[in-house]
Design a protein around this ligand. Structure first.
Ligand code: ACO
Length: 376
């Protein structure tokens, strides 16, 4: 076997079919079940997009109403899950809290072992419905605030913001949040989705696959980048510091988080839609300094390296302007991506093959333990 046979990072390797989304780096497009994601973000709610990912078609009015009824009826944080979260230290990363909460929900769900498509869909909707309460409560407890009960007169995004901040969001904020959820919902065989599919391929359960996916998403090269972008902004401080900061980052070969992508090499197709949502928030919040820093870093880094922003670059500052703590950004990504993960889990289960690649051994040649005498 030669080095060229090794596909490090599985780069360029196609491992299976999927009908859920299509990433096309040449045309710079992302389709969910055939629909361009920017068209969905402009015309549909996150609930409708979740339905599309699970069922393959956009819902009619009655189907959407039914999903909304089910989602609203399962929004409240179960007491046992709250108690589990309360056992975790406030120093725990919120992604560890989300991972633990999903595990606790799975352990308590009587349907966990039922792998029928109907049961998997019910579990998918259950996680979609309850994750906002997990994420919102964890941010609140860190701030020394009480749990806020959901309101079933609000849509998904308005209720998410209500449970987090205890006040009704302005429409500009609600809309920007909903758009971010739609853009984060699905992205083919990214690292966390692939993790979920690997776990599903062993015939493990849906919750175990989502727990694994949360772990994969936490890393700074994947979902953790939206949080890392805000740390970079804090570090740089203001637009005039961008040049020297970048000189230092590039000289010490540090990655600039929020830029680059394994698949898109000429720009991430989701960025223009999220940047437009960020612009509305900047205008709404009067955040000109942050916008100036954003533009300065983008133009300097793209100019020097030709590496373009990914979705985490505009979404990090957008979540900051909405009022979320930086540590909460990646859990927001979980709440969105759970729709794509669960769609992939169901797709994998429907035409399963155990995912088990090969490796090329490069350890010591065969050798033997001193004093060992084989039985004769
Ligand atoms: N900052 C500085 N240099 C970069 C960056 C970056 N953000 N991204 C890529 N490069 C450079 C690498 O250093 C490397 O240079 P070299 O050839 O001189 O060694 C070259 O570009 C290729 O980079 P790789 O990391 O090998 O390419 P890969 O396809 O594996 O990278 C990745 C994709 C991991 C996303 C990378 O661009 C990165 O680390 N970005 C920062 C983290 C980030 O924003 N992740 C979010 C991903 S999108 C999402 O989850 C929504």
């Amino acid at each position: 076997m030669s080095d060229t046979d090794i596909k490090k990072g599985l780069a360029g390797v196609t491992v299976d079919y999927t009908a859920i989304s299509k990433v096309n780096p040449d045309s710079n497009s992302l389709l969910y079940r055939g629909y361009p994601v920017q068209e969905l973000a402009a015309t549909h709610s996150f609930e409708a997009v979740a339905y599309l990912l699970w069922h393959g078609e956009l819902p009619d009015d009655e189907q959407l109403a039914e999903l909304r009824r089910t989602e609203r009826s399962q929004r409240a944080l179960p007491e046992d899950v709250k108690q589990t979260i309360d056992l975790l230290p406030l120093t725990a990363h919120p992604m560890d809290v989300v991972r633990t909460a999903v595990s606790a929900i799975g352990a308590a769900d009587e349907e966990t072992a039922d792998a029928s498509p109907e049961a998997d869909l019910r579990k998918s909707v259950r996680l979609f419905a309850v994750l906002p309460a997990v994420v919102a409560y964890d941010q609140r407890r860190r701030r020394g605030q009480e749990l806020i009960a959901p309101r079933d007169d609000l849509d998904y995004s308005a209720n998410f913001l209500w449970m987090t901040f205890g006040e009704l969001p302005d429409e500009v904020v609600r809309r920007a949040f909903d758009v971010s959820m739609i853009l984060y919902a699905e992205h083919s065989f990214n690292a966390s989705t692939f993790t979920a599919r690997v776990i599903t391929s062993t015939m493990s359960d849906l919750y175990s696959a989502v727990v694994g996916a949360v772990g994969a998403l936490k890393g700074a090269l994947h979902g953790g980048a939206n949080e890392a972008v805000m740390h970079i902004f804090d570090d740089i401080g203001s637009a005039e510091n961008v040049g020297p900061w970048l000189d230092d980052a590039l000289a010490s070969k540090r990655k600039v988080m929020g830029f680059g992508h394994r698949v898109y090499k000429r720009g991430d197709s989701r960025v223009p839609t999220m940047k437009a949502a960020l612009d509305t928030l900047v205008a709404h919040e009067g955040a000109g300094d942050l916008a100036a820093l954003y533009d300065a870093l983008e133009s300097d880094f793209v100019g020097r390296k030709g590496i373009y922003p990914n979705l985490d670059y505009p979404s990090g500052p957008a979540y900051h302007l909405m009022g979320f703590d930086t540590l909460t950004f990646t859990p927001l990504f979980v709440a969105a991506r759970v729709t794509g993960w669960t769609a992939h889990i169901m797709e994998q289960a429907a035409s399963n093959a155990l995912i088990r690649p090969l490796s090329a051994y490069n350890g010591p040649d065969e050798r033997h333990v001193d004093g060992y005498v084989a039985d004769t």
